[in-house]
Design a protein around this ligand. Structure first.
Ligand code: TRP
Length: 449
């Protein structure tokens, strides 16, 4: 086995939290969460979501941290070192990271393009909602512009990864995460002062349980896993850089709280705006790219708000693409014995190619279909509905049933220096609750129910 003696470690306590939060907080929080909540009953969804995060997301995140720090290896090497028969779970992570990046880079590219258009003022020139819709449609199906922005975003990610774990990943998170919070809070305060914002806040916070069905729970859990970046080895890879005295439970709790706060604040920014413009809250994935720019346009200083909002999305996306890129780079570097530089370039070139194809599949390559879906949608479908729940399921089975309990206790208590009072509850959640619910989600996604 390849030994990694000179492995990088992250600096202080805060670094572990900020780096992991950088991965978690992403397009999943700001782009996806608001429209999923809007489609599934607003406040009632929020409550169920929080329940999923605490009961299922948190234990799995601690489980991934344990695997990463106990082995100090990339996702494949980590599972292999702990139990050679489980290395498939690591491969699932690397493949999923690659496929997620295939569509995530494309949407990240859109956010960069929209930021540029906000600054140049071309977004502010449009007037009717239809115009915003057709501009978006034309943009994503254009044969070269979105590909160019996707490529730019990949290179930006590459640049950070190439700087290394401490100088690249750690420093960028320490700079970008606080900036993200400041922007988000400023936007939320602004949104709350808009006329008619009360309606939006009521919709978002007042639970309406008549909209809750069994599938609401499943949607909430899928969203929770995606948003927290768990189930697919990202947190294994990051935790492999944690210091021996990092408190895994506190780190996971802080990351979870930050991630959930960002999702809630994104709702606080978006719903008042949507309601003040008299638009249906459940307008799907285009909410951020069509509805919002139109709303910004009606506000004083529209260019500033829209540029700042898309900057927020760019930052959130970037710290997440960095984490997904690192899963693959660390794997190639450690398992294939490539230099870190070569590993990073290989990842960059491969994800750029996949991203370009995914982007073009919304336009000229629309005829390329897998089971009736274009490439972009297939990547989203396969990762969110298959690889992610499968990864989460086996992660909880592995840590709950297979992993030596001494290793688990050693990691969670930092060799006995921390107390672990809820051990029994933790094992119960990991052994029974998480796998059963993840299995239900998986079957539901495949249309079994
Ligand atoms: N959590 C990120 C978001 O909310 C996306 C992400 C990064 C992710 N790494 C992941 C999702 C690993 C699943 C697994 O946008």
């Amino acid at each position: 086995m390849h030994h990694v003696e000179s492995r990088a470690t992250l600096g202080g306590k805060l670094s572990a939290v900020l780096v992991a939060a950088g991965s978690s907080v992403g397009l999943g929080n700001i782009w996806r969460f608001p429209y999923v909540a809007g489609d599934n009953g607003g406040g009632a969804f929020l409550l169920i979501y929080i329940l999923c995060v605490l009961l299922l997301g948190l234990p799995v995140m601690v489980a991934e941290f344990t695997v990463g720090r106990a082995s100090k290896r990339n996702a494949v090497g980590a599972y292999r070192a702990l139990n050679p028969r489980w290395s498939a779970l690591g491969y699932n992570s690397v493949i999923a990271a690659f496929l997620i990046l295939g569509f995530y880079f494309v949407v990240s590219g859109w956010t960069a393009e929209y930021m540029v258009h906000s600054v140049t003022g071309s977004l502010a020139k449009l007037s009717s909602p239809e115009e915003y819709g057709s501009v978006f449609q034309n943009f994503i199906s254009n044969p070269w512009r979105p590909v160019l922005y996707t490529a730019l975003f990949v290179l930006l990610t590459h640049f950070v990864i190439a700087l290394g774990v401490q100088k690249g990943i750690e420093r960028s998170s320490k700079l970008l995460m606080p900036l993200l919070f400041v922007i988000l809070i400023a936007l939320a305060i602004h949104a709350m002062t808009m006329p008619g914002s009360g309606e939006g806040l009521k919709f978002f916070f007042k639970p309406d349980f008549s909209k809750v069905t069994a599938s609401t729970f499943l949607v909430a859990l899928g969203q929770a896993f995606f948003s927290l970046s768990i189930g697919l080895g990202t947190m294994v890879t990051y935790a492999s850089y944690f210091k021996p005295d990092t408190n895994l439970r506190h780190t996971a709790l802080n990351v979870t709280i930050l991630d959930t706060m960002v999702a809630i604040l994104a709702g606080v920014v978006i719903f008042p705006a949507v309601f003040s413009a008299g638009i249906e809250p459940s307008s799907g994935p285009s909410l951020v790219f069509i509805t919002l720019p139109g709303i910004f346009n009606t506000m004083p200083l529209s260019m500033v708000w829209s540029a700042v909002f898309f900057l927020l999305l760019v930052i959130a996306a970037l710290t997440s693409t960095i984490s997904l890129h690192e899963v693959i780079t660390a794997y190639l570097h450690e398992e294939w014995h490539m230099s870190r530089r070569a590993a990073a370039w290989a990842t960059t070139v491969a994800t750029m190619a996949l991203g370009a194809v995914a982007s073009l599949s919304l336009g000229v390559l629309g005829g390329w279909k897998i089971c009736g879906l274009n490439i972009f949608d297939s990547l989203d479908y396969v990762t969110a509905n298959i690889l992610l729940p499968v990864g989460g399921f086996f992660t909880s089975i592995f840590v709950g049933w297979r992993l030596d309990k001494r290793i688990l206790k050693e990691q969670i208590t930092n060799n006995g220096t921390l107390k672990f009072r809820i051990y029994k509850l933790y094992i119960f959640l990991l052994r029974y609750v998480c796998p059963i619910i993840l299995l239900l989600i998986f079957l539901d996604n495949l249309g079994v129910f």
